[in-house]
Ligand binder design. Structure first.
Ligand code: SRM
Ligand code: SF4
Length: 588
């Protein structure tokens, strides 16, 4: 295995990186910091009682609808939701009618277009109208990023049918997305999902996203706790055991959750709307709660401590209470101000805490306990062959360049997981695979398998940490192409420089920052730029100084509008100045 790395120290050792300063939240989320001073348990929150009146109510069919008095100024997505309940595509199987009518027919009317472009996202179906009209991306939910070889092979068979139009991605929330899907095939795919224990419902729009956990859960000799049971329990609640949870399908906005199980903080707690941090209270195992982390075009905020602790048995009730407080009270006017942190800001952290406590089964939540995360921990690399906590077994981290997979690749990963491991695969938020449970006596054969010529377990310092969002190949809001460009530019940098330390480079095609440039050592965000002839061209804003782990800190933009054609020398300079890179000797 590669030696342990301390990526935080890589950048903090340099001077030119932006000063560490909290962004637009008063309290900075340091996972292990003691909770900030709060008002006493009984202090009444200073919020107008009217503001705390729930804005939604359950209708006769069991769906949560905006009350009439709150329907005055709504963003367009809220209007579409009011127009027709998106979840009925699933609960009443309206999807079957759409599939029977066929894409062209459905697409003729405004209602049909709204189904295609918006409502189907409740079922994880994202129509790619701008880039591949008529074809859908299908986003699954893979709690904790753990899949079986059989599930992977099945998903491979789905995209294989679409030839060059089909492929898959591992996402930045350790999840699968499939591409090339045709509307007409969806009922059949859903049948296959059911047979394979898979689901795509409630994975898009105003729903909870894939629950992130430790990719080493249950196999890591150094772990604090195994996050898998928690993420499975959360997911079972969130989609009601794949039957759809009508209580939380009309949130004001998307919502992210993570459960932390390692000192390494592989789970990125600071950028989730809700994060569970392992903590004890009076000797009982449980979690301290962080809330409100999110990225968006207008604002990026790190999660803040809610000064709350739940025993491990209350993970689901707490999630339910937070989601219901958000559902009931969140603003639905300006979509750019609808994420949960805006609600926390508006009513104040203590009032938000009260609203969550009110919705707990006991009506209260204990104050924060003692954090179990070691703040001095050096984040470990998961690449290569690593000993598991189970004697005689190993997990192997393998690079999947920018998370892109073709059907054949997936069949092959399924094969090696069965042949050398236990038939399990794990995905990481850096868009890679970990194959667990490889016995000592199979490691050599595993490493010699031809698949690992294409997908190396021993990546270089730059490619090991390369992350990229979808970009303009499929994403309609992208300002630039990302995945291929990230690979191409990284290859050029590796050809010209020796880079002595891992550098985490992230690419994202637009300010939505799905590729999380703010957590990267160096981040590239798609932006408008002008070339040397002043002509508009694809460019990037460059971010520096993102830190992950206990010393988490969001990176900041240091250079704007750099044309991608001029990027290589600019990044070479950054790598040499901040990360100790040196130019390779030119062969005589
Ligand atoms: Fe994202 C929207 C892709 C992780 C912030 N995201 C989109 C859409 C659906 C836009 C669209 O309709 O085309 C993208 C689909 C493109 C496609 O065809 O794949 C998209 N987001 C992705 C993925 C696939 C990026 C990747 O290549 O890995 C990730 C899927 C995760 C998953 O499995 O569910 C993905 N998106 C993220 C993250 C990272 C994270 O969660 O850690 C963020 C920032 C964190 C956050 O949300 O707080 C993120 N995506 C957004 C936003 C901005 C949210 C906001 O509050 O404004 C949008 C736009 C929106 O929701 O309106 C967005
Ligand atoms: Fe699309 Fe922008 Fe997200 Fe990239 S960051 S996937 S371009 S929405």
């Amino acid at each position: 295995a590669a030696p342990p790395q301390n990526r935080a120290s890589v950048i903090s050792a340099t001077e030119k990186v932006p000063e560490k300063k909290p962004r637009d939240v008063a309290a900075k989320a340091v996972a292990t910091a003691p909770p900030p001073p709060m008002q006493g348990e009984s202090a009444p929150p200073q919020v107008d009682a009217e503001r705390l009146v729930p804005r939604v109510a359950k209708n006769e069919e069991g769906f949560w609808e905006l009350k009439k008095e709150f329907q005055a100024s709504l963003n367009p997505a809220e209007k579409i939701k009011l127009g027709a309940e998106p979840m009925k595509l699933f609960t009443e199987m309206r999807i079957k009618d759409l599939a029977e009518q066929g894409f062209a027919e459905v697409d003729k009317t405004k209602e049909g277009k709204d189904d295609i472009d918006v409502r189907l996202k409740w079922m994880g179906l994202f129509h790619r109208r701008k880039r591949t009209p008529g074809r859908f991306m299908m986003r699954l939910k893979i709690p904790n990023g753990i899949v079986t070889a059989k599930q992977t092979a099945y998903l491979a068979s789905v995209i294989a049918k679409y030839g060059a139009d089909g492929c898959a991605d591992i996402t930045t929330r350790q999840n699968y997305q499939l591409r090339g899907i045709l509307l007409e095939d969806v009922p059949e795919i859903m049948k296959g999902f059911e047979e394979h224990g898979l689901s795509a419902i409630q994975s898009g729009m105003d729903n909870v996203r894939n629950g992130v956990g430790s990719p080493l859960a249950g196999i890591d000799p150094e772990e604090i706790l195994d996050t898998i049971p928690y993420n499975i329990a959360l997911n079972d609640y969130i989609n009601n055991n794949k039957k759809g949870n009508l209580d939380i399908t009309n949130l004001p906005r998307k919502w992210n959750v993570a459960v932390v199980g390692t000192h390494d903080l592989y789970e990125h707690p600071h950028i989730n709307d809700l994060a569970y941090m392992p903590a004890t209270k009076d000797g009982v195992l449980g979690f301290n709660i962080l809330v409100g982390g999110f990225f968006s075009q207008k604002r990026c905020a790190e999660a803040i401590p809610m000064d709350a602790w739940v025993p491990s048995d209350d993970v689901v009730p707490l999630c339910k209470a937070v989601l219901e407080a958000f559902r009931d009270l969140g603003s639905r006017a300006n979509r750019q101000k609808a994420r949960m942190m805006w609600l926390i800001d508006e009513i104040g952290l203590e009032a938000f805490r009260e609203e969550v406590a009110k919705r707990m089964p006991t009506g209260t939540i204990p104050r924060a306990g003692t954090d179990m995360v070691d703040p001095t921990w050096k984040r470990r690399s998961y690449f290569g062959v690593n000993k598991q906590k189970q004697a005689g077994l190993n997990f192997v981290g393998v690079l999947v360049p920018v998370g892109r997979l073709q059907a054949d690749d997936m069949f092959e990963f399924a094969r090696v997981a069965e042949e050398y491991g236990s038939g399990e695969l794990r995905m990481t938020v850096e868009q890679n695979f970990i194959i667990p449970n490889v016995p000592d006596d199979k490691v050599e054969a595993f490493l010699a398998d031809p698949l690992f010529k294409k997908f190396t377990p021993f990546p270089s310092n730059l490619s090991a940490n390369l992350v990229s969002c979808t970009g303009s190949q499929f994403c309609g809001v992208a300002l630039i192409e990302t995945k291929n460009r990230a690979l191409d530019i990284t290859a050029q940098l590796e050809a010209s420089l020796d880079v002595p330390t891992p550098v985490r480079m992230h690419w994202t095609g637009c300010p939505n920052t799905c590729g999380q440039v703010q957590v990267a050592d160096i981040g590239f965000m798609g932006a408008a730029a002008r070339d040397e002839n002043k002509k508009p061209c694809e460019g990037v804003d460059i971010f520096l100084g993102g830190r992950i782990g206990s010393d988490s800190h969001l990176g900041e933009c240091v250079k704007k509008g750099v044309p991608v054609s001029q990027l290589v020398p600019v990044v070479e300079e950054l790598l040499m100045t901040h990360f100790g890179a040196t130019r390779k000797a030119v062969a005589a």
